[in-house]
Design a protein around this ligand. Structure first.
Ligand SMILES: [Fe+2]
Ligand SMILES: [Fe+2]
Length: 284
């Protein structure tokens, strides 16, 4: 069945005094996802720009519609990440500015590559997000337990929409190129580029906190890396198969419940997940 990609108000009222260490149970996890957030205001507009370039080569009206919806979702995501990153910077980590400058420059450089390389990067990155979606939604009760409801809800809703538009970047690549070798390189390129900057953000914050060279910090990093390999690794390997198609990956249960129940009473106001609830049900 054809999936409907819905444009929703994607807006969370982050409090001005938002604590960048929003998950006191697992500060390494919080710092890692803050690092991921640093890349988003550059990555997500890049995905939209690349799709706009590809649009001129595509005739299929359904795919053109999917691109429009995909770009609408990614554009809203990046605006929210931008607001979050300002708060992270202001509330403790001005050193993120230097990392963001490097990220901005790297996306400028990437924008000069050929269209197939750029689309393969997009498709590769989007494949990796499916592993993150399964991990974050499936283990939400452990990962976000008693964490800041704004950031937790923000990440969980972001992952919902990533699952919803999971086929688009792949379909655009297949419509414009389809070469296996370039796509396989894109899986490495799109995944490790974003992960690399995310880790750079995390390490800078841990260093600032004096957490980096402590036993707790090192064990936290080891546990995070292990979780990423365990949860994202299978999606990464699957994407390298010549017959890979993202529509074959199963959606998490929480995703289906969330999408079916949407919209909440007031679709402009995003309801927050109750992170103190042991089951963390959908918030509407
Ligand atoms: Fe996104
Ligand atoms: Fe996406």
């Amino acid at each position: 069945m054809k999936r409907n990609i819905v444009l929703r108000a994607f807006s969370f009222d982050f409090p001005n005094d938002l604590n960048p260490k929003w998950n006191t149970n697992n500060p390494v996890f919080a710092h890692f996802f803050n690092g991921v957030s640093l890349t988003m205001p550059y990555l997500e507009p890049y995905l939209c720009r690349t799709n706009d370039e590809a649009r001129k080569l595509i005739q299929d009206p359904e795919l053109l519609h999917d691109i429009k919806q995909f770009n609408g979702q990614e554009y809203r995501h990046h605006e929210c990440h931008k607001r979050l990153n300002v708060l992270l910077n202001k509330n403790g980590y001005p050193e993120f500015k230097e990392i963001e400058d490097k990220i901005r420059y790297s996306y400028q450089k990437l924008s000069g590559r050929s269209l197939p390389v750029k689309l393969a990067y997009s498709a590769g990155f989007e494949t990796m997000t499916q592993g993150f979606t399964k991990w974050l939604l499936g283990k939400r009760t452990k990962l976000f337990k008693n964490a800041c409801p704004y950031i937790s809800s923000f990440w969980l809703m972001h992952m919902i929409e990533e699952a919803e538009h999971k086929t688009v970047a792949f379909d655009v690549y297949m419509a414009c190129s389809g070469s296996y070798f370039t796509r396989a390189l894109g899986v490495f390129h799109g995944s490790f580029h974003v992960l690399g900057y995310s880790f750079a953000g995390m390490l800078a914050a841990m260093k600032k906190d004096g957490l980096l060279w402590t036993l707790k910090g090192q064990l936290g990093i080891a546990s995070l890396v292990g979780s990423i390999i365990w949860n994202i690794g299978p999606y990464f390997l699957n994407a390298l198969l010549p017959w890979h198609d993202p529509r074959n990956s199963k959606d998490p249960q929480w995703f289906s419940e969330w999408v079916e129940a949407y919209p909440p009473c007031d679709p402009q106001k995003q309801p927050l997940v109750d992170t103190s609830d042991p089951l963390m049900p959908i918030p509407f």
